[in-house]
Design a protein around this ligand. Structure first.
Ligand code: DAH
Length: 355
Protein backbone atom coordinates (compact mmCIF):
# COMPACT_ATOMS: atom_id res chain seq x y z
CA UNK A 1 0.00 0.00 0.00
CA UNK A 2 1.19 3.43 -0.95
CA UNK A 3 0.71 5.11 2.41
CA UNK A 4 3.17 4.15 5.07
CA UNK A 5 0.98 5.28 7.96
CA UNK A 6 -1.93 3.16 6.78
CA UNK A 7 0.33 0.22 6.18
CA UNK A 8 1.68 0.38 9.68
CA UNK A 9 -1.77 0.33 11.20
CA UNK A 10 -2.78 -2.52 8.93
CA UNK A 11 0.22 -4.59 9.92
CA UNK A 12 -0.27 -3.94 13.56
CA UNK A 13 -3.93 -4.90 13.27
CA UNK A 14 -2.98 -8.19 11.64
CA UNK A 15 -0.66 -8.87 14.56
CA UNK A 16 -3.14 -7.83 17.23
CA UNK A 17 -5.93 -9.96 15.78
CA UNK A 18 -3.95 -13.07 16.47
CA UNK A 19 -3.82 -12.38 20.17
CA UNK A 20 -7.53 -11.83 20.82
CA UNK A 21 -9.04 -14.71 22.76
CA UNK A 22 -12.08 -13.34 24.55
CA UNK A 23 -14.73 -10.64 24.45
CA UNK A 24 -12.97 -8.22 26.77
CA UNK A 25 -9.78 -8.36 24.68
CA UNK A 26 -11.94 -7.82 21.63
CA UNK A 27 -13.46 -4.74 23.18
CA UNK A 28 -10.02 -3.42 24.15
CA UNK A 29 -9.02 -3.81 20.54
CA UNK A 30 -12.01 -1.79 19.42
CA UNK A 31 -10.93 1.03 21.68
CA UNK A 32 -7.37 0.80 20.40
CA UNK A 33 -8.49 1.14 16.79
CA UNK A 34 -11.77 2.96 16.74
CA UNK A 35 -11.81 4.77 20.08
CA UNK A 36 -11.39 8.55 20.35
CA UNK A 37 -7.64 8.26 20.03
CA UNK A 38 -7.77 4.98 18.13
CA UNK A 39 -5.30 4.20 15.37
CA UNK A 40 -7.93 4.14 12.63
CA UNK A 41 -9.56 7.24 14.06
CA UNK A 42 -6.21 9.01 13.88
CA UNK A 43 -5.77 7.96 10.26
CA UNK A 44 -9.14 9.50 9.54
CA UNK A 45 -8.06 12.72 11.10
CA UNK A 46 -5.01 12.78 8.85
CA UNK A 47 -7.16 12.99 5.71
CA UNK A 48 -7.42 16.74 6.07
CA UNK A 49 -3.63 17.12 5.79
CA UNK A 50 -3.37 15.04 2.60
CA UNK A 51 -3.13 16.96 -0.67
CA UNK A 52 -6.51 17.21 -2.38
CA UNK A 53 -5.72 14.97 -5.36
CA UNK A 54 -4.74 12.14 -3.04
CA UNK A 55 -7.43 12.51 -0.46
CA UNK A 56 -9.76 10.06 -2.19
CA UNK A 57 -7.23 7.28 -2.51
CA UNK A 58 -5.98 7.76 1.04
CA UNK A 59 -9.53 7.68 2.28
CA UNK A 60 -10.20 4.43 0.46
CA UNK A 61 -7.12 2.84 2.01
CA UNK A 62 -8.21 3.85 5.50
CA UNK A 63 -11.69 2.47 4.78
CA UNK A 64 -10.23 -0.81 3.74
CA UNK A 65 -8.46 -1.17 7.09
CA UNK A 66 -11.59 -0.11 8.97
CA UNK A 67 -13.72 -2.60 7.04
CA UNK A 68 -11.42 -5.46 7.78
CA UNK A 69 -11.42 -4.48 11.46
CA UNK A 70 -15.22 -4.33 11.51
CA UNK A 71 -15.56 -7.64 9.80
CA UNK A 72 -13.23 -9.27 12.28
CA UNK A 73 -14.94 -7.56 15.18
CA UNK A 74 -18.46 -8.64 14.24
CA UNK A 75 -17.50 -12.21 13.62
CA UNK A 76 -15.63 -12.57 16.90
CA UNK A 77 -18.27 -10.74 18.87
CA UNK A 78 -20.94 -13.18 17.68
CA UNK A 79 -18.74 -16.11 18.48
CA UNK A 80 -17.89 -14.98 21.99
CA UNK A 81 -21.44 -14.00 22.83
CA UNK A 82 -22.79 -17.35 21.70
CA UNK A 83 -20.18 -19.06 23.83
CA UNK A 84 -21.13 -17.03 26.87
CA UNK A 85 -24.81 -17.73 26.36
CA UNK A 86 -24.25 -21.46 25.96
CA UNK A 87 -22.21 -21.59 29.12
CA UNK A 88 -24.92 -19.74 31.01
CA UNK A 89 -27.62 -22.06 29.72
CA UNK A 90 -25.56 -25.04 30.69
CA UNK A 91 -24.97 -23.82 34.21
CA UNK A 92 -28.63 -22.90 34.68
CA UNK A 93 -30.09 -26.12 33.33
CA UNK A 94 -32.56 -27.75 35.69
CA UNK A 95 -32.26 -31.43 36.24
CA UNK A 96 -35.89 -32.44 36.00
CA UNK A 97 -35.05 -36.00 36.83
CA UNK A 98 -34.44 -35.06 40.46
CA UNK A 99 -37.35 -35.73 42.79
CA UNK A 100 -38.75 -32.48 44.22
CA UNK A 101 -39.00 -31.79 47.90
CA UNK A 102 -42.39 -33.04 49.01
CA UNK A 103 -45.09 -30.40 49.30
CA UNK A 104 -47.83 -31.46 51.66
CA UNK A 105 -51.11 -31.25 49.84
CA UNK A 106 -54.07 -29.88 51.75
CA UNK A 107 -57.59 -31.11 51.27
CA UNK A 108 -61.01 -29.59 50.95
CA UNK A 109 -62.88 -29.40 54.22
CA UNK A 110 -65.91 -31.72 54.17
CA UNK A 111 -68.29 -28.83 54.88
CA UNK A 112 -66.89 -26.96 51.88
CA UNK A 113 -67.34 -30.08 49.80
CA UNK A 114 -70.94 -30.12 50.92
CA UNK A 115 -71.41 -26.46 50.01
CA UNK A 116 -70.01 -27.06 46.54
CA UNK A 117 -72.26 -30.04 46.09
CA UNK A 118 -75.34 -28.04 47.05
CA UNK A 119 -74.31 -25.16 44.81
CA UNK A 120 -73.89 -27.48 41.83
CA UNK A 121 -77.29 -28.99 42.38
CA UNK A 122 -79.18 -25.73 42.76
CA UNK A 123 -77.35 -23.95 39.96
CA UNK A 124 -78.43 -26.85 37.73
CA UNK A 125 -82.02 -26.06 38.75
CA UNK A 126 -81.66 -22.38 37.82
CA UNK A 127 -80.90 -20.87 41.23
CA UNK A 128 -78.35 -18.11 41.82
CA UNK A 129 -75.78 -18.44 44.59
CA UNK A 130 -75.85 -15.29 46.73
CA UNK A 131 -73.78 -14.13 49.66
CA UNK A 132 -74.46 -11.74 52.51
CA UNK A 133 -72.46 -10.17 55.34
CA UNK A 134 -71.65 -12.19 58.45
CA UNK A 135 -71.70 -9.00 60.49
CA UNK A 136 -75.39 -8.23 60.02
CA UNK A 137 -77.83 -5.64 61.28
CA UNK A 138 -80.67 -6.44 63.65
CA UNK A 139 -82.94 -5.07 60.94
CA UNK A 140 -82.03 -7.66 58.31
CA UNK A 141 -81.37 -10.56 60.65
CA UNK A 142 -84.67 -10.17 62.51
CA UNK A 143 -86.94 -7.20 61.95
CA UNK A 144 -87.41 -7.56 58.21
CA UNK A 145 -88.07 -11.26 58.75
CA UNK A 146 -91.11 -10.55 60.86
CA UNK A 147 -89.21 -10.74 64.16
CA UNK A 148 -89.63 -7.27 65.70
CA UNK A 149 -87.65 -6.31 68.78
CA UNK A 150 -88.92 -8.24 71.80
CA UNK A 151 -90.42 -11.05 69.70
CA UNK A 152 -90.29 -14.27 71.74
CA UNK A 153 -88.92 -16.29 68.80
CA UNK A 154 -85.71 -14.28 69.11
CA UNK A 155 -84.98 -16.34 72.20
CA UNK A 156 -84.36 -19.39 70.03
CA UNK A 157 -81.32 -17.67 68.56
CA UNK A 158 -78.91 -16.60 71.27
CA UNK A 159 -77.01 -13.87 69.48
CA UNK A 160 -73.59 -12.23 69.57
CA UNK A 161 -74.38 -8.53 69.48
CA UNK A 162 -71.50 -6.22 68.60
CA UNK A 163 -73.54 -3.06 69.20
CA UNK A 164 -77.27 -2.57 69.69
CA UNK A 165 -77.66 -2.57 65.94
CA UNK A 166 -74.99 -5.02 64.74
CA UNK A 167 -74.63 -8.73 65.44
CA UNK A 168 -72.99 -11.80 63.98
CA UNK A 169 -75.81 -13.19 61.87
CA UNK A 170 -77.66 -16.05 63.52
CA UNK A 171 -79.20 -17.26 60.28
CA UNK A 172 -78.61 -16.95 56.56
CA UNK A 173 -82.30 -16.03 56.32
CA UNK A 174 -81.08 -12.42 56.62
CA UNK A 175 -80.16 -12.62 52.95
CA UNK A 176 -83.82 -13.29 52.07
CA UNK A 177 -84.60 -9.75 53.19
CA UNK A 178 -81.50 -8.33 51.53
CA UNK A 179 -82.37 -9.93 48.20
CA UNK A 180 -86.00 -8.85 48.26
CA UNK A 181 -85.07 -5.28 49.20
CA UNK A 182 -82.47 -5.15 46.45
CA UNK A 183 -85.24 -5.87 43.93
CA UNK A 184 -88.05 -3.85 45.50
CA UNK A 185 -88.09 -1.12 42.82
CA UNK A 186 -88.73 -3.63 40.09
CA UNK A 187 -89.83 -6.87 41.74
CA UNK A 188 -88.86 -9.93 39.73
CA UNK A 189 -88.94 -13.68 40.39
CA UNK A 190 -86.21 -14.81 42.79
CA UNK A 191 -84.53 -18.18 43.04
CA UNK A 192 -81.49 -18.15 45.29
CA UNK A 193 -79.45 -20.18 47.69
CA UNK A 194 -77.23 -18.57 50.32
CA UNK A 195 -74.55 -20.81 51.78
CA UNK A 196 -72.53 -19.26 54.59
CA UNK A 197 -71.41 -19.02 58.18
CA UNK A 198 -73.76 -18.23 61.04
CA UNK A 199 -73.17 -17.66 64.74
CA UNK A 200 -75.02 -18.34 67.96
CA UNK A 201 -73.99 -18.34 71.56
CA UNK A 202 -74.17 -22.10 71.93
CA UNK A 203 -71.47 -24.55 72.84
CA UNK A 204 -72.20 -28.16 73.67
CA UNK A 205 -71.72 -31.62 72.22
CA UNK A 206 -74.02 -31.00 69.28
CA UNK A 207 -73.69 -27.23 68.80
CA UNK A 208 -70.78 -24.94 68.11
CA UNK A 209 -70.81 -21.14 68.28
CA UNK A 210 -70.15 -20.99 64.56
CA UNK A 211 -71.86 -23.19 62.04
CA UNK A 212 -73.05 -23.13 58.46
CA UNK A 213 -76.42 -22.85 56.85
CA UNK A 214 -77.69 -22.68 53.32
CA UNK A 215 -80.78 -20.58 52.90
CA UNK A 216 -83.05 -21.13 49.93
CA UNK A 217 -85.66 -18.70 48.65
CA UNK A 218 -88.05 -18.93 45.73
CA UNK A 219 -90.46 -16.10 45.00
CA UNK A 220 -92.63 -15.85 41.91
CA UNK A 221 -95.84 -14.19 40.67
CA UNK A 222 -98.93 -15.71 42.30
CA UNK A 223 -100.31 -16.80 38.93
CA UNK A 224 -97.34 -19.19 38.68
CA UNK A 225 -98.58 -21.03 41.78
CA UNK A 226 -95.36 -21.78 43.62
CA UNK A 227 -96.75 -24.10 46.25
CA UNK A 228 -95.95 -26.40 49.12
CA UNK A 229 -95.82 -29.21 46.57
CA UNK A 230 -92.92 -27.42 44.85
CA UNK A 231 -91.16 -27.03 48.17
CA UNK A 232 -91.58 -30.73 48.88
CA UNK A 233 -90.40 -31.73 45.42
CA UNK A 234 -87.39 -29.47 45.71
CA UNK A 235 -86.42 -30.82 49.11
CA UNK A 236 -86.85 -34.40 47.94
CA UNK A 237 -84.38 -33.82 45.11
CA UNK A 238 -82.13 -31.97 47.53
CA UNK A 239 -82.00 -34.80 50.06
CA UNK A 240 -81.54 -37.44 47.41
CA UNK A 241 -78.68 -35.65 45.68
CA UNK A 242 -76.97 -34.26 48.73
CA UNK A 243 -77.28 -36.98 51.33
CA UNK A 244 -78.20 -40.11 49.47
CA UNK A 245 -80.94 -42.28 47.98
CA UNK A 246 -83.44 -44.31 49.96
CA UNK A 247 -84.15 -41.73 52.62
CA UNK A 248 -87.69 -40.82 53.53
CA UNK A 249 -88.69 -37.24 54.20
CA UNK A 250 -91.11 -36.14 56.88
CA UNK A 251 -92.69 -32.70 57.18
CA UNK A 252 -93.63 -31.73 60.73
CA UNK A 253 -95.67 -28.61 61.38
CA UNK A 254 -93.56 -26.04 63.19
CA UNK A 255 -93.22 -22.34 63.71
CA UNK A 256 -90.93 -19.76 62.17
CA UNK A 257 -91.93 -16.11 62.09
CA UNK A 258 -90.90 -15.69 58.44
CA UNK A 259 -92.96 -18.58 57.04
CA UNK A 260 -96.60 -19.58 57.28
CA UNK A 261 -97.24 -22.46 57.30
CA UNK A 262 -93.86 -23.59 58.66
CA UNK A 263 -92.29 -27.03 58.84
CA UNK A 264 -89.40 -28.86 60.26
CA UNK A 265 -88.19 -31.50 57.86
CA UNK A 266 -86.78 -34.83 59.03
CA UNK A 267 -85.03 -37.61 57.12
CA UNK A 268 -84.67 -41.26 58.01
CA UNK A 269 -81.87 -41.68 60.52
CA UNK A 270 -78.77 -42.59 58.54
CA UNK A 271 -77.35 -44.62 61.38
CA UNK A 272 -80.18 -47.04 62.13
CA UNK A 273 -82.15 -46.72 58.90
CA UNK A 274 -85.27 -45.70 60.85
CA UNK A 275 -85.33 -48.47 63.45
CA UNK A 276 -84.40 -46.14 66.28
CA UNK A 277 -81.00 -45.61 67.91
CA UNK A 278 -79.14 -43.29 70.21
CA UNK A 279 -78.41 -40.80 67.43
CA UNK A 280 -82.08 -40.29 66.54
CA UNK A 281 -83.17 -40.71 70.14
CA UNK A 282 -85.16 -43.79 69.16
CA UNK A 283 -87.43 -41.87 66.82
CA UNK A 284 -85.94 -43.14 63.55
CA UNK A 285 -85.88 -39.56 62.24
CA UNK A 286 -83.36 -36.75 62.22
CA UNK A 287 -84.27 -33.13 61.68
CA UNK A 288 -82.28 -31.43 58.94
CA UNK A 289 -83.98 -28.14 58.13
CA UNK A 290 -86.73 -25.61 58.63
CA UNK A 291 -88.91 -24.51 55.73
CA UNK A 292 -92.25 -23.05 54.77
CA UNK A 293 -94.26 -20.70 52.63
CA UNK A 294 -92.89 -17.16 52.77
CA UNK A 295 -94.91 -15.08 55.23
CA UNK A 296 -96.85 -12.21 53.58
CA UNK A 297 -95.36 -9.80 56.14
CA UNK A 298 -91.85 -10.63 54.96
CA UNK A 299 -92.81 -9.93 51.38
CA UNK A 300 -94.61 -6.70 52.30
CA UNK A 301 -91.84 -5.41 54.55
CA UNK A 302 -89.28 -5.93 51.83
CA UNK A 303 -91.06 -4.35 48.91
CA UNK A 304 -92.92 -7.32 47.37
CA UNK A 305 -96.73 -7.10 47.30
CA UNK A 306 -98.07 -10.37 48.82
CA UNK A 307 -101.22 -9.93 46.71
CA UNK A 308 -99.02 -10.46 43.66
CA UNK A 309 -96.04 -12.50 44.85
CA UNK A 310 -95.48 -15.67 46.85
CA UNK A 311 -93.06 -18.52 47.33
CA UNK A 312 -91.19 -20.82 49.66
CA UNK A 313 -88.04 -20.79 51.76
CA UNK A 314 -85.89 -23.36 53.47
CA UNK A 315 -82.76 -23.35 55.59
CA UNK A 316 -80.74 -26.49 56.35
CA UNK A 317 -77.77 -26.56 58.69
CA UNK A 318 -74.81 -27.88 56.78
CA UNK A 319 -72.88 -29.68 59.49
CA UNK A 320 -75.57 -32.29 59.91
CA UNK A 321 -75.86 -32.89 56.21
CA UNK A 322 -72.09 -33.29 56.03
CA UNK A 323 -72.14 -35.75 58.90
CA UNK A 324 -74.84 -37.78 57.17
CA UNK A 325 -73.12 -37.85 53.87
CA UNK A 326 -69.76 -38.94 55.18
CA UNK A 327 -70.89 -40.93 58.19
CA UNK A 328 -69.13 -38.62 60.64
CA UNK A 329 -70.31 -39.59 64.11
CA UNK A 330 -69.47 -36.42 66.04
CA UNK A 331 -69.87 -32.82 64.93
CA UNK A 332 -66.79 -31.73 66.82
CA UNK A 333 -64.60 -33.55 64.29
CA UNK A 334 -65.58 -30.88 61.81
CA UNK A 335 -64.09 -28.02 63.78
CA UNK A 336 -61.17 -29.35 65.80
CA UNK A 337 -58.79 -29.33 62.83
CA UNK A 338 -57.39 -32.77 63.46
CA UNK A 339 -55.17 -33.37 60.44
CA UNK A 340 -55.80 -37.11 60.58
CA UNK A 341 -59.51 -36.48 60.16
CA UNK A 342 -59.10 -33.90 57.41
CA UNK A 343 -56.75 -36.18 55.49
CA UNK A 344 -59.58 -38.66 55.11
CA UNK A 345 -60.94 -36.23 52.55
CA UNK A 346 -57.72 -35.82 50.64
CA UNK A 347 -58.85 -37.25 47.39
CA UNK A 348 -57.32 -36.24 44.09
CA UNK A 349 -60.52 -35.28 42.39
CA UNK A 350 -63.45 -33.32 43.72
CA UNK A 351 -65.97 -36.09 43.61
CA UNK A 352 -66.28 -37.83 46.91
CA UNK A 353 -66.96 -41.16 45.33
CA UNK A 354 -70.36 -41.51 46.96
CA UNK A 355 -73.49 -41.68 44.86
N1 DAH B 1 -83.40 -19.65 59.78
C1 DAH B 1 -83.98 -20.78 60.46
C2 DAH B 1 -83.07 -21.17 61.63
O1 DAH B 1 -81.93 -20.83 61.60
C3 DAH B 1 -84.19 -21.96 59.55
C4 DAH B 1 -85.25 -21.70 58.55
C5 DAH B 1 -86.56 -22.05 58.84
C6 DAH B 1 -84.97 -21.11 57.36
C7 DAH B 1 -87.58 -21.83 57.95
C8 DAH B 1 -86.00 -20.87 56.45
C9 DAH B 1 -87.30 -21.24 56.76
O2 DAH B 1 -85.79 -20.29 55.27
O3 DAH B 1 -88.27 -21.03 55.87
O4 DAH B 1 -83.53 -21.79 62.54
Amino acid sequence: MKYESVNEVKKQLEEDIKNVSNISELNDLKVKYLGKKGLITELNQKIKDIPNEEKKEFGMCVNEVRNSFNEFYEEKKNKYETEILNKKLESEAIDISLPSTKVKRGSKHPVNRMIERIEDLFVSMGYDVVEGPELETDEYCFERLNLPKGHPARDMQDSFYITDEYLLRTQTSAVQARTLIANQDEPKPIRIIVPGKTYRKEDDATHSHQFCQCEGLVVDRLENHVSLADLKGTLEVFVKEVIGDNLDLRFRPSYFPFTEPSYEVDVTCFKCGGKGCSLCKDTGWIEILGAGIVHPNVLRMNGYDPEKWGGFAFGPGLERLTMFRYGIPDMRYLYTNDIRFLEEFDRKDDSDGIK
